[in-house]
Write a protein that binds this ligand. Structure first.
Ligand SMILES: *Cc1c(COP(=O)(O)O)cnc(C)c1O
Length: 355
């Protein structure tokens, strides 16, 4: 990754840290933010001097494009601390590449690599106390870009704000979830923005997810928009199915987000000697596997929860329960991945990045 020390970041430190007021034993995900934030404005066709300032609200014109036309993309990544107090990121180059890929799809300007990594490194140094050691503790990092130009004419903006904010997180376990397979709604479509981490993708999911909740399911498994015959993603995570001892997951596409957890799990599974089939996964084959008992596991994969096991799914008015597995792939792979993230294991893939 490119990094330069010449690039001056203007740093204004917070007068006082808020850290003393935080109960690190009882964090709810994404509710508390650290003392500082990174900000860089795009004006007159170029990114201006990046800044780190005390965490504070923004002032934006009510006509700012982001409020009207939804030009907003983001990333989700984490910093981990090992028992020696060293701080690590996990495959941060992937997040950097992806935010620019998302931005390009929404006609937003590319952010420079050295600004991203220098800014992130400085921010993590300033707020290092907020990263608590201990397996499962982390600092959730949220880079994002919004269109700030004032005026409601319907075109892409010429002014943007790139920011990074950070939120301390504990191991995230919401219990095994039940999911409803979508028969009508879609998360994304061919030619659409499903592969981008665009804010609007999330907005469009809330309503169908609320309907699923009314039926007793916590999340929706999104199916392809054309036929609703193929499994695509679970909630805001990529999804894996274990049929007998083979792991199945859909290939990434226009509609499916290229998750870093997903691709890391594929590599880990292969290294463990598990056969992984990356191919379109039919709803009907999963239903058949549930009926004949060959469906052993379903789990979601994403940075926030790492792996989120599914205990049951609903489809066409039927409810299918999965038997709890001893030595599940979900727990095996989650531990293997976290051991790499927390510097507790060798890193054969070179994924760890020390700050
Ligand atoms: C962020 C995200 C994921 C998971 O990606 P990771 O890089 O593993 O965190 C999966 N699906 C969607 C729709 C997402 O937005």
């Amino acid at each position: 990754m490119k990094s330069s020390t010449q690039q001056a970041i203007e740093i204004t430190k917070a007068n006082e840290s808020k850290i003393g007021q935080v109960d690190f034993e009882n964090l709810t995900f994404g509710n508390i933010f650290t003392d500082h934030m990174f900000v860089c404005d795009f004006i007159d066709g170029k990114w201006q001097t990046p800044k780190i300032t005390p965490y504070a609200p923004l002032t934006l014109d009510p006509s700012a494009r982001v409020f009207h036309y939804g030009q907003a993309v983001f990333e989700g990544m984490k910093a981990y601390k090992d028992d020696n107090g060293d701080t690590f990121l996990f495959r941060p180059d992937e997040n950097f590449k992806r935010i620019n890929k998302s931005a390009a799809r929404l006609a937003m300007p590319e952010f420079p690599e050295n600004y991203f990594f220098d800014g992130l490194t400085e921010l993590l140094k300033l707020d290092n106390e907020w990263i608590k050691p201990g397996f499962g503790n982390s600092l959730y990092i949220r880079p994002f870009v919004i269109a700030t130009q004032a005026g409601v004419s319907a075109s892409e903006a010429n002014e943007y704000k790139f920011m990074i904010i950070c939120s301390p997180a504990q191991a995230y376990y919401s219990g095994d979830v039940s999911v409803l397979v979508a028969e009508k709604f879609s998360r994304s479509a061919n030619g659409g923005i499903g592969y981008a981490k665009a804010a609007g993708n999330y907005a469009a999911q809330f309503y169908p997810t609320n309907l699923a909740k009314k039926e007793g399911y916590q999340q929706v498994i999104w199916t392809d928009a054309d036929t609703h015959e193929y499994m695509e993603e679970a909630g805001t995570m990529n999804v894996f199915f274990r049929v007998n001892d083979t792991l199945l997951t859909a290939p990434t596409s226009d509609r499916i987000l290229d998750g870093i957890t997903r691709k890391s799990l594929i590599d880990i599974a292969k290294k463990e000697g598990v056969s992984v089939d990356v191919r379109p996964v039919k709803v009907s084959e999963i239903v058949a596997a549930a009926k004949d008992g060959s469906l052993k596991e379903i789990f979601g994969a994403g940075t926030a929860a790492v792996i989120s096991p599914v205990k049951a799914f609903g489809y066409q008015g039927n409810h299918y329960e999965l038997e709890k597995q001893e030595n599940s792939f979900a727990s095996l792979f989650k531990t293997a991945l976290m051991n790499i993230q927390y510097n507790k294991a060798e890193d054969p893939f070179n994924w760890r990045h020390k700050i």
